[in-house]
Design a protein around this ligand. Structure first.
Ligand code: GLA
Length: 679
């Protein structure tokens, strides 16, 4: 078993050739059996090597409690194996069958105001429901035993998009599970009282039996209770996943397991979950109506790659063209699906899969694009899909290679949950917006970036960017301080280092655990009104803009890089720099407008000697490198609307247009992709 190595997704590859896996969700139960033979024939035509099957098959394989009908699914697996298509087999537990909630209505989830969520959609189960988990595990046991030795089985796909529709449940069973979880975390109720600051508003508990989830209350529920409920809810979902994984490990120890994350999703702490997976996989739906969709996707790809420290990962779902779930669902213009698929590979993916193989005829997703559209194979979508399948198949040597970065951006789910609680100086702070505001200039300037939790080893980085790390544990603050003392560079944005893990303010002047390294103290928070902006004046006379937030900063060793140019904080520092130990630490006490953020990030990167991979690239061209035993691959992707002229550092060959002579200049058309190798 080679689950932990760089080619973990190859760990049990039996059918498909080495290389980037290509395929999608396969839902054969939506079609009569006659269609299946055509499906596999078309899969071969399209270069499909891996499908993820059975995600929504529970009601068909277990039509009545304890009565199984796997015959039809055997035939699906045999068809696929016969065609050499490998299967990432779903555990089928994402959508319970109607009989389960009819017999056991207690499995249905409840909202914070006590409303029951009924079946009829999907994911209608309470994550803490013992009955749900028992039935799920029973099914998984059957599945694992049945298909353990099937030649098509390559890996397991546990559940599907945990926490997508039902990330939390407030029912009585969840309440009991929450109490159990709290008793384990705190040991005795006085420790809970202390952690939750229950002396406030007469909230003291005399026993765990009195504790409830944060249900609808007349006013703000206790923030530490809300924070623990976010932790608990993430954990309840993880327990569902682990219960299934335990069965799979026991019966099929050499088959890798994964579960597909929904992009970077607030309820599910990807860093914690990734440790429980053999391969990380993610679903990313770029929005053709959004010009910077590839930057948001780039962030998700970097989180996904970093979740298991650079190990290749899987793009488990993307749309071949339009989705059905936005208000307006634009198709992907010609070439963009190819570009965005290659973007995933350029950022470390070893699998490019779609939702879904054949476009549904009925049901809620019939207008969601698929690899085989309603119109069949004589369609733009099928042609683009097939071309990409063969193109990816032509460069198998990319699989298993990795990338490195000199910059890390810190993301922490606990802090995210705490930052966005109510009753704060401003409820307009949004963790993803701030993280992306810091990520964007790095992406635009072609600076490779990992996204890491605050307890990751930072010693390999030159620059660490910390957007809104509101909740900060002392040891993590010490790690950041030591990083700078030892010569690292740090960029921290406002409202960071404010509370401990129980959402209690770190006393000693904000942001107490970061004061030493930042060389300053924040005396007062000064959030701005909606649509209010302030000027930021730099020493050289340039003026930028900022909005959302400001703070009264008192330097204690830090130098002002820019001041507020107007408003009540006029003349006080807005951006500071502190030389500390062998390194330096910047602080941004407001939300800079994108141009000002880009200029600051460039200054900070320059000071940290963290440069772009290819200096002087045209705007909108993304460059990444993956390397390994098979060589060094330079990916160039033109996200712009115009062709771009690119000067290479030395003559190179494009692996996608094999046979071409090496060149040091190339013209990349709009949406163009090149994968360059040194000759
Ligand atoms: C999610 C789900 C799929 C499908 C797609 C549609 O990613 O996992 O089952 O619903 O969305 O975009």
């Amino acid at each position: 078993m080679r689950l932990a190595d760089s080619s973990a997704i190859d760990a049990r590859r039996r059918l498909r050739p080495p290389g980037i896996a290509f395929g999608g969700d396969y839902n054969p139960e939506q079609w009569p059996e006659e269609v299946w033979a055509e499906d596999v024939a078309l899969m071969k035509e399209a270069g499909v090597s891996l499908v993820t099957a059975g995600i929504f098959s529970w009601a068909k394989v277990e039509p009545r409690p304890g009565e199984y009908d796997f015959g039809w699914f055997d035939r699906v697996m045999d068809h696929l194996a016969g065609a050499g298509v490998a299967v990432c087999l779903a555990t089928m537990t994402a959508s319970p069958p109607p009989w389960l909630s009819r017999l056991h209505p207690g499995i249905l989830p409840e909202t914070a105001d006590g409303r029951r969520m009924w079946p009829g959609g999907r994911q209608h189960y309470c994550p803490s429901s013992r009955v749900y988990r028992e039935h799920a595990v029973r099914l998984v046991e059957r599945l694992a035993n049945r298909y353990a030795d099937h030649p098509a089985l390559e890996m397991w796909h546990i559940g599907n998009e945990y926490g997508c529709h039902t990330p939390m449940c407030w029912c009585d069973e969840s309440a009991a599970d929450f109490r159990r979880w709290l008793a384990e975390r705190y040991g005795d109720v006085e420790a809970l009282n202390d952690a939750w600051s229950t002396a406030f508003w007469a909230q003291r508990y005399d026993s765990f039996d009195e504790v409830l989830p944060p249900r609808l209350a007349p006013t703000f529920p206790n923030p530490a209770q809300q924070l623990d409920f976010a932790r608990f809810s993430d954990d309840a979902l993880l327990q569902c996943y682990l219960a299934e994984k335990e069965v799979l490990r026991r019966i099929t120890p050499d088959v890798p397991v994964t579960t597909n994350f929904i992009g970077v999703h607030k309820p599910v702490d990807a860093f914690r979950w990734a440790a429980e997976e053999d391969v990380v996989s993610v679903d990313v739906y770029q929005d053709p109506h959004d010009d910077s969709t590839h930057i948001a996707a780039g962030f998700i790809f970097d989180v996904t790659r970093s979740a298991r420290a650079g190990q290749p990962w899987m793009l488990m779902e993307q749309a071949p063209s339009a989705v059905n779930w936005r208000d307006r669902n634009g198709p992907k213009p010609p070439g963009r699906m190819r570009l965005w698929s290659w973007q995933a590979v350029a950022q470390g993916a070893d699998a490019v899969l779609y939702f879904q193989w054949r476009q549904s005829r009925g049901g809620a997703e019939k207008y969601h694009s698929a690899m085989v559209p309603h119109g069949g194979t004589d369609t733009r979508i099928f042609r683009e899909v097939s071309e990409l399948g063969h193109e990816l198949g032509s460069v198998p040597e990319i699989a298993g290679t990795r990338s490195t970065a000199e910059v890390a951006l810190v993301l922490d789910w606990n802090s995210w949950w705490a930052l966005e609680l109510d009753s704060h100086p401003s409820t307009a702070l949004n963790q993803m917006e701030i993280a992306l505001a810091h990520y964007r200039p790095l992406f635009e300037d072609g600076i490779a970036c990992d996204v890491v939790p605050p307890d990751r080893d930072l010693s390999g980085y030159r620059l660490v960017v910390v957007p809104n790390l509101y909740l900060l544990k002392e040891p993590d603050a010490e790690r950041l301080t030591a990083f700078v003392r030892g010569g690292g560079h740090l960029l921290v944005s406002f409202f960071s280092g404010i509370v401990d893990e129980c959402d209690r303010v770190h006393l000693g002047g904000y942001p107490a655990p970061l004061r030493e390294v930042l060389g300053l103290r924040v005396e007062e928070f000064w959030p701005l009104a909606e649509n209010e902006t302030v000027d930021i004046r730099h020493a050289d006379g340039t003026v930028g803009r900022a909005d959302l937030w400001s703070e009264a900063v008192v330097p204690e060793g830090a130098q002002a890089v820019a001041d507020f140019g107007c408003g009540p904080l006029a003349g006080q520092p807005a951006v500071t720099r502190h030389s500390f130990g062998e390194g330096s630490a910047w602080y941004v006490a407001t939300r800079l407008a994108p141009e000002a953020m880009r200029a600051l990030t460039q200054d900070v990167c320059r000071a940290a000697s963290a440069g772009p991979l290819l200096p002087g690239l045209p705007e909108h061209v993304q460059a990444t490198v993956r390397e390994g035993d098979a060589g060094r691959f330079l990916f160039l992707l033109n996200h712009g609307r115009d062709a771009a002229e690119i000067q290479l550092p030395e003559p190179m060959t494009d692996a996608l247009t094999q046979g071409a002579t090496p060149t040091d200049r190339l013209t990349l058309p709009a949406a163009g992709v090149a994968v360059l190798v040194e000759p």
